[in-house]
Design a protein. Structure first.
Length: 95
């Protein structure tokens, strides 16, 4: 797909970019190359390709999912200015 200079100006305007006049041709060519690559990739048949979570088929070492700390709610709520039925009461900010 060949990108025209006018289309490049529209994209630059939307992205709030200022392009130097001498760089417009280089940007047009580079973006056209990217769009051509995307067109080539879309033409590839991927029907029998399984999706992968990671391109290197790596596995992550995970820690054991076990409780290591506990919270004593009664002790913590004794320090709070106001509580009710196990909840902290705070002043109303929006009326």
């Amino acid at each position: 797909m060949k990108l025209e200079a006018e289309e490049l100006h529209k994209v630059a305007h939307l992205a709030r970019l200022t392009l130097e006049p001498q760089a417009i041709e280089d940007y047009t060519q580079a973006l056209s190359n990217i769009l051509n690559l995307v067109d080539e990739m879309q033409a590839i048949n991927t029907d029998n390709v399984q999706p992968m979570a990671h391109p290197l088929d790596a596995t992550q070492r995970l820690r054991i999912d076990e409780v290591t700390e506990s919270v004593d709610r009664e002790l913590l709520q004794k320090q709070a200015p106001a509580t009710e039925q196990g909840l902290y009461l705070v002043p109303r900010v929006v009326e």
